[in-house]
Design a protein around this ligand. Structure first.
Ligand SMILES: Cc1ncc(C[n+]2csc(CCOP(=O)(O)OP(=O)(O)O)c2C)c(N)n1
Ligand SMILES: [Mg+2]
Length: 324
């Protein structure tokens, strides 16, 4: 059971992420954001519930739809937005952009463009924790489509055999680009895959912040106690297209409407009201989140672009070799 303070904090996080995504979309349309962006509007409870169940020292591998998790991982937030804007002040100097925001200082280990590959990289950090006898947990995010990739199951197999401290967070938002998950998987509950790997698997209402938080907390405790990996399927829905600009005409309108009714922010708002939090207090939380995002936007717009000569820094070959 969440305390009222936790509920308020998580509500703030979710409103913050929603507003952040809306602003990123707005500024992308206005030409400020280079490259593709994948928005997670509608999926806020899944990200917040998991991230808030972790410690800063736990290893996090966000996926391509990971702005929300990245935003609340502990990196100065304006540096996350500036990174997405491709600015020199971004946490990766503007070289990562939306899909590759990383910050090893808070153990956000970043993402890779090949779906599923981070589940393999995550074995490394999980093995390191086990080998060094720390109780840090590794959390790797993936979608329902990514779960069909072979390496994800190779990763789960090894994690199971070696009893590694990993949580596989499967955000089932029902679609992989235009493919409904039931066209790609033979079962309703994708946590069933855990059975084949002999690890615990749970299907959770991904729009219920409390359920997500409790499930993630339990999985983290198991991993810390040396009891190995867990697969958590968080059922939710992405409200928009696969990437900003995709009209998502492949989805029935009624389906989108029904899921919007199940908005995780609306549901948390109702919970807050039910525990006696006033409308004014809720509005004040929302305003605080909006103001924070406005600050990030201002910082990102005003920040300089990277210098052309920076294109050859932070690469594996030295300048001399590069120049040949
Ligand atoms: C190996 C590989 N195949 C295909 C792609 C192209 N691609 C990027 S995201 C994506 C869909 C992923 O769907 P899902 O895992 O459900 O995540 P969601 O986008 O719904 O968050 C695909 C096919 C890729 N990046 N890597
Ligand atoms: Mg998906």
């Amino acid at each position: 059971m969440l305390s009222v303070e936790q509920l308020k904090d998580f509500y703030y996080d979710m409103v913050l992420i929603r507003r952040f995504e809306e602003k990123v979309e707005e500024y992308s349309k206005r030409g400020y954001v280079p490259g593709f962006i994948h928005l997670s509007i509608g999926q806020e409870a899944a990200q917040v519930g998991v991230m808030r169940a972790l410690r800063q020292t736990d290893y996090k591998f966000p996926d391509h739809r990971g702005h929300g998790a990245i935003l609340i991982a502990g990196t100065p937030m304006e540096k996350v937005m500036a990174e997405i804007f491709g600015k020199a002040t971004g946490i990766n100097g503007g070289k990562g952009g939306s899909m590759h925001v990383s910050d090893v200082s808070v153990r956000n280990m970043g993402n890779n463009a090949i779906q599923g590959s981070i589940t393999v990289t995550a074995l490394g950090t999980a093995f390191a924790s086990q080998y060094n006898e720390t109780d840090d947990v590794t959390v790797v995010f993936m979608g329902d489509g990514t779960l069909g990739r072979g390496e994800v199951h190779e990763s789960m197999n090894l994690a199971a055999v070696w009893n590694l401290p990993i949580i596989y967070v499967l955000i089932n938002n029902h679609y992989a680009i235009s493919t409904h998950y039931r066209e790609a998987h033979p079962q309703d509950n994708l946590s069933d895959y855990a059975k084949g790997h002999n690890i615990p698997g749970y299907t959770i209402d991904g729009n219920d912040i409390e359920a997500v938080y409790e499930a993630a907390k339990e999985a983290a405790e198991r991993a810390r106690a040396g009891e190995g990996p867990t697969l958590l399927e968080l059922k939710t829905y992405r409200w928009q297209g696969h990437f900003a600009g995709d009209p998502a005409a492949y989805r029935p309108e009624e389906e989108v409407k029904a899921w919007k009714e199940k908005c995780p922010i609306k549901r948390t708002n109702e919970k807050l009201v039910s525990v006696g939090i006033t409308e004014e207090e809720i509005k004040a939380i929302e305003q605080r989140a909006f103001d924070k995002v406005d600050e990030m936007v201002e910082y990102s717009i005003e920040s300089p672009d990277p210098k052309p000569e920076d294109a050859i820094t932070h690469v594996y070959v030295d300048r001399e070799v590069q120049g040949r």
